[in-house]
Ligand binder design. Structure first.
Ligand code: OAD
Length: 226
């Protein structure tokens, strides 16, 4: 069975109704990254940070995986599908995907200050004063300024993939964006995004489409050439 490494970003969940970060009306248009998604923001104003992620978690309750998520699950019948996501939502899991690495953490988990204790919190809020171990409980999110521990595992998957698929990411945030450079020379790289990124290696096949439409087309292509 061939292995497909799939790198997903916010655009993967856009058709489920979750805003991306950098599109017009994206999350970073209405919130300053420095206020809500950095380790400094957490030290400066934890309440604001908790409010931001409590809202993201609340929103998850009302959304569903889209056709694109479901196609990635369906591909498991014929391929070893390894998903590496920058998304903190749980829509890949809810669509049934078996192998999902979250580079930037998970909304449905919380941790202590140094991330040595991690706990499932489902869709519950985190409050100021709520402890995990002996520190304030915090969202299990990788903020700007923090290490990305899962990147090593992700690199190994991309390095040995037969096919690489990138979906719905502006490829502006590292180290995730750098994963594309680990794709083996002989492995095709497909990139599904209605806009596409500014700088792409020439061997990338760009499908300028939304996640569902692009994945439908790619699925047929992959199944025909497997
Ligand atoms: P961005 O908001 O930077 O990019 C979203 C991408 O999705 C853009 O390239 C859009 O063109 C594309 N897009 C929009 N609608 C789409 C659709 N229906 N189907 C497919 N693609 C669509 O989001 P990311 O690249 O995921 O990190 O951002 C990376 C990281 O930056 C996030 O994980 C987050 C953010 O700051 C942290 O918070 C640590």
């Amino acid at each position: 069975m061939k292995t497909i490494a799939v790198l997903t970003g916010a655009g993967m969940s856009a058709e489920s109704g979750i805003n991306t970060f950098r599109d017009s009306d994206g999350l970073w248009e209405n919130h300053r990254v420095e206020d809500v998604a950095t380790i400094d923001a957490w030290y400066r104003n934890p309440k604001l940070v908790l409010d931001f992620y409590n809202e993201r978690r609340r929103q998850l309750v009302g959304v569903e995986p889209n056709r694109g998520h479901l196609i990635l699950h369906e591909l498991e019948k014929n391929f070893d599908v390894q998903i590496i996501t920058q998304n903190v939502d749980n829509l890949h899991e809810r669509a049934g995907s078996s192998h999902v690495i979250h580079l930037h953490g998970e909304l449905t988990k919380a941790c202590n200050e140094h991330k040595t204790i991690v706990k499932d919190i489902a869709y519950n809020e985190i409050h100021i004063g709520q402890k995990l171990g002996d520190t304030q409980m915090r969202p299990f999110i990788v903020w700007f300024g923090e290490a990305v521990p899962e990147i090593e595992r992700a690199m190994k998957i991309v390095e040995t993939a037969d096919i690489v698929v990138i979906i719905g990411t502006s490829l502006q945030v590292y180290p995730a964006a750098g994963l594309i450079n680990y794709a083996p020379k002989h492995s095709p790289i497909y990139y599904i995004d209605p806009k596409g990124a500014d700088i792409l290696p020439s061997r990338v096949h760009l499908l300028k489409k939304g996640a569902s439409e692009g994945l439908e087309e790619l699925k047929n292509n992959l199944l025909a050439n497997r």
